[in-house]
Ligand binder design. Structure first.
Ligand code: E4P
Length: 214
């Protein structure tokens, strides 16, 4: 499973890049707003740090606006993935960018049928928001599982990008049900490294090493 970082914060991206396993970055208007910088500037800087797909979301809600914004964003770097909303206009824009061989990520997916429409128009990624579904008492992971079955039934190559990932159990379960990618905040990736028995084992090894030197 690929691991993307879900942030616009350059310091986090620089730190995470050192780990060597970050495959890409996703942003959205809320994450860009946290940076207090222009979107194009932030996206350009991210592209200079991570050599992988970088999702940049359009802010327009109409087809023409999405095309205009997306065309400008796509020129920033060959790794740009145009993030489009799951609306009629967004799905139309997905077809436009697919035909131009520009990568797309259809965001705010909350049902298998939405994912199916995105795949039919050639989306590179669909982003089911598992945490937001869990928040309202639904089963976010079941959605990933259903999309996996549908895409496998018909051979769609659209990648399932598990989004709105809130904790390490989401990451484990997304990998178990076959998500192609999980995008997650920096803090969630940090948690993936740790286990109390690892800490305990290391403390014991360090103590034994110290005593063997006496
Ligand atoms: C990623 O593409 C999404 O924008 C992001 O994962 C949303 O996460 P949230 O539900 O925690 O805001």
């Amino acid at each position: 499973m690929e691991i993307f970082l879900d942030t616009g914060l350059i310091d986090e991206i620089k730190e995470a890049a050192k780990w060597g396993f970050i495959d890409g970055v996703t942003t959205n208007p809320s994450l860009i707003a946290q940076t207090k910088r222009p979107q194009a500037e932030v996206i350009q800087e991210i592209c200079s740090i991570i050599d992988g797909p970088i999702s940049a979301e359009v802010n327009a809600s109409d087809y023409e606006g999405m095309i205009n914004e997306g065309d400008v964003l796509a020129k920033i770097h060959e790794n740009i993935t145009i993030k489009l909303p799951m609306t009629e206009d967004g799905i139309r824009a997905c077809k436009y960018f697919s035909e131009k061989n520009v990568k797309t990520n259809i965001t705010l997916i909350f049902s298998p049928n939405q994912a199916l429409l995105a795949a039919k128009n050639g989306a590179t990624y669909v982003s089911p928001f598992i945490g937001r579904l869990d928040d309202i008492g639904h089963d976010g992971m079941a959605l990933i599982d259903e999309i996996r079955t549908i895409f496998d039934n018909y051979g769609y190559t659209t990648k399932i990008l598990a989004a709105s990932v809130r904790h390490s159990t989401h990451v484990r379960d997304a990998a178990l049900v076959g998500a192609d990618v999980a995008t997650m905040p920096y803090g969630v990736v940090k948690k993936l490294f740790t286990h109390p028995l690892t800490d305990k084992g290391l403390a014991q090894f360090a103590a034994d090493y110290k005593s063997s030197k006496k």
